[in-house]
Design a protein around this ligand. Structure first.
Ligand SMILES: Cc1cc2nc3c(=O)[nH]c(=O)nc-3n(C[C@H](O)[C@H](O)[C@H](O)COP(=O)(O)OP(=O)(O)OC[C@H]3O[C@@H](n4cnc5c(N)ncnc54)[C@H](O)[C@@H]3O)c2cc1C
Length: 358
């Protein structure tokens, strides 16, 4: 970590170091661009997320928006990072979706035979008694191209091994930011600034016109001695192995509460949902809460500020940040450096009217 005594001139100042900031930093590193990261603390959505990479909407068995493009870019991207960091960050794990009735089972089989999905969904149903410790009224549907990224290991190793001298632990004071030909912040001069602030971006005066609505999620970390660690289960909630017989259980969705306070109600709800399918005893080790940066139209927010051409945004990653951040970062990087067009669905230009009508 560095302190802000020395004068620094860099290509990019990145504000926020969750999965978005990390991915943008990595784009810059790969293109030999200089940058510095300024981030507040490690209380972020990225720090409590399960890190599940899943291209499928598991309620309706549909691919998510641009599923193939995101997945084809993300998996090799993280594998490459894994090599660089010399630490395991990707865990290839299938998701076993508990199918609740005969109709869901049929819908799964129909979806799995569609050309667009056959690569991701196993057409062969998994027998319900494969894991006696999990109660499944019918078969399991298997998502094959899924994984879990160990986000905490990734963030920690990246700071330690790749950017120890480009990392500042500090909350950006918006009042100290000077935007002109370049961007200046205290002793840093940068050609541009990229805000990767997650839900806390609602306080950013440059982007507070955007419809970042936020959705609180509470999770539990449990210990369960005899549960398989080879599968992520998806019943009413996710149950994902974290190593050492610990498991991630979550999550709640609450659009009304914008605090990160832990609630007894959230905890109780998670326990009830977990007991609906986990037959083994477990011990609760931790309970956490954060806000997902969700957007009103469920698409990410990337692009240039409507007025200041040195200010950029990478936000609105919603519930799929791990899967989407690598390709979104590449799009944003190419937009800034090569003036390549952004996909209109993700470009913040779609909300420009709101900015000028404020
Ligand atoms: C319960 C839960 C479970 C989830 N599970 C998954 C999952 O399994 N898979 C998946 O893909 N996604 C999941 N998500 C969503 C995922 O967490 C987000 O999409 C992603 O982490 C967002 O990353 P981010 O970098 O945009 O924001 P954040 O992770 O919130 O990081 C932003 C960082 O910026 C810092 N910051 C903000 N403002 C400033 C400032 N002014 N100055 C300095 N620093 C600042 C913050 O302190 C923070 O560290 C989950 C989210 C939750 C809440």
């Amino acid at each position: 970590m560095i302190t802000l005594f020395l004068f620094m001139k860099v290509d990019t100042l990145i504000v926020g170091f969750g999965i978005a900031g990390l991915n943008y930093a990595e784009q810059l590193r790969r293109q030999n661009k200089s940058f510095v990261v300024l981030t507040q603390d490690d209380h972020s959505a990225s720090h409590i997320a399960a890190g599940i990479v899943n291209p499928i909407v598991l309620k309706r068995f549909n691919p998510i928006w641009k599923a193939k493009e995101f997945l084809d870019y993300a998996l090799p991207f993280y594998s490459n990072l894994e090599e660089w960091l010399q630490s395991q960050i990707i865990h290839q794990l299938p998701i076993y979706r508990i199918l609740n009735d005969i109709q869901e089972q049929n819908n799964w089989s129909i979806a799995a035979s569609r050309t667009s999905l056959e690569k991701y969904l196993n057409q062969q149903l998994i027998p319900k008694d494969k894991f006696p410790e999990v109660s499944a009224p019918f078969a399991f549907g298997e998502v094959t191209q899924s994984a879990r990224v160990d986000i905490i290991t990734l963030l920690t190793c990246y700071i330690k091994k790749i950017i120890p001298h480009q990392f500042i632990s500090e909350k950006l004071d918006y009042k100290a930011l000077i935007v002109g030909e370049d961007v200046e912040y205290k002793n840093i001069k940068a050609r541009q600034i990229v805000f990767c602030e997650g839900y806390q971006g609602v306080k950013n005066p440059y982007f507070n016109y955007l419809p970042l609505i936020g959705s609180k999620g509470e999770i539990l970390i449990i210990k369960c001695e005899h549960l398989t660690e080879k599968v992520i289960f998806k019943g009413p909630i996710f149950l994902s192995p974290m190593g050492d017989k610990t498991f991630w259980v979550g999550a709640t969705f609450n659009k009304m509460d914008k605090t990160t306070k832990l609630s007894e109600k959230g905890k109780e709800w998670l326990i009830i949902k977990l007991k609906q399918f986990l037959k083994l005893p477990f011990q609760i080790l931790d309970h956490k809460a954060q806000i997902r940066a969700t957007v009103i139209d469920r698409r990410p927010l990337i692009g240039r500020h409507p007025k200041y051409d040195k200010i950029y945004l990478l936000n609105g990653l919603g519930t799929r940040g791990v899967l989407m951040a690598p390709l979104l970062s590449k799009w944003l990087f190419r937009f800034i450096t090569n003036k390549e067009k952004l996909p209109p669905e993700a470009d913040i230009k779609r909300f420009e009217k709101q900015y000028f009508s404020n």
